[in-house]
Design a binder for this molecule. Structure first.
Ligand code: SAM
Length: 251
């Protein structure tokens, strides 16, 4: 099997993404937070997927530059974003060119939701991504990262398997393997569809919050807020994820 690349996740998940995640219960508060931070300025989403956030954010009134590596995901987004101020850029965030869509003073907001930062293969790529975004933010502009906390039980066990029955009656079995030495998880969900099996892969290089803060600091972004999620609950030792806001200062 070939090594996973920037299009692997999106191309595999595009057909089922909205069915599985399109109605995530925190989509509305997420759009509320992002619209508030963008305040009518131009926002850039890395890994915009099918447009779950970019489309309602554009409907809320702001221009969204949607950077997406997977042509299949981008096709879905394009169809949903007709007539809206969404500027779709199909390519890898590490080398895609969105300069034609930048406003003169820079971006009001850049964001990565749903562990998208973890889909970049290593720390160097994650730092390069943040550096590219920081360079294009206006002074005072925000970077928002939504990510899950590393799962300590999984890291201790090394592996987990779970099963669920999908709304249409099909069975899905998910296996997660952890590699704490390299901060990687390998997740494969096998959907059993009669005699056929369909594998949905997720490859992540997870990031500890303190590491994320340091990566952000290295590219000139200071911490502003950390919540447990888009509903803006307090971030505590039992939080399973976080939404973190960084701000670009003039220094
Ligand atoms: C977990 S999905 C999140 C989709 C969307 N942001 C949401 O909240 O529903 C991650 C998305 O990032 C895209 N992606 C992964 N690596 C990327 C890269 N290097 N550059 C641009 N997009 C990437 C995937 O194709 C996928 O659509």
């Amino acid at each position: 099997m070939s090594a996973p690349g920037p299009t692997s996740y999106g191309d595999a998940w595009a057909d089922v993404y909205d069915e599985w995640f399109g109605e995530l219960s925190d989509t509305t508060p997420a759009v509320g937070v992002l619209a508030g931070l963008a305040a009518g300025g131009v926002a850039l989403e890395v890994g915009a997927g099918t447009g779950r956030l970019a489309v309602p954010l554009a409907r809320a009134g702001g221009t969204v530059i949607a950077v997406e590596s997977s042509p299949r995901m981008a096709g879905r987004l394009r169809a949903k974003a007709q007539g809206l101020p969404v500027r779709l850029v199909v390519g890898d965030v590490l080398d895609a060119d969105w300069s034609a869509h930048l406003p003169p003073g820079g971006l009001a907001l850049a964001y990565l939701s749903c562990n998208t930062l973890y889909q970049l293969p290593d720390q160097q790529a994650q730092r390069r991504c943040l550096a590219r975004l920081a360079a294009d933010l206006a002074v005072g502009g925000r970077l928002v990262v939504e990510a899950s906390m590393p799962n300590l039980a999984l890291l201790a066990a090394g592996r987990s398997t779970s099963m669920r029955v999908l709304p249409d009656g099909r069975v899905a079995v998910t296996t997660v393997r952890a590699d704490p030495a390299h901060q990687r998880t390998t997740t494969d969900t096998v959907v059993f569809d009669g005699p056929r099996q369909h594998v949905l892969p997720v490859r992540e290089r997870y990031v500890w919050p303190a590491e994320l803060d340091l990566l952000a600091q290295l590219v000139g972004l200071g911490p502003e807020q950390r919540w447990s999620g888009w509903e803006r609950g307090p971030f505590t030792s039992t939080s399973t994820g976080h939404v973190t806001v960084y701000r670009k200062s003039s220094l």
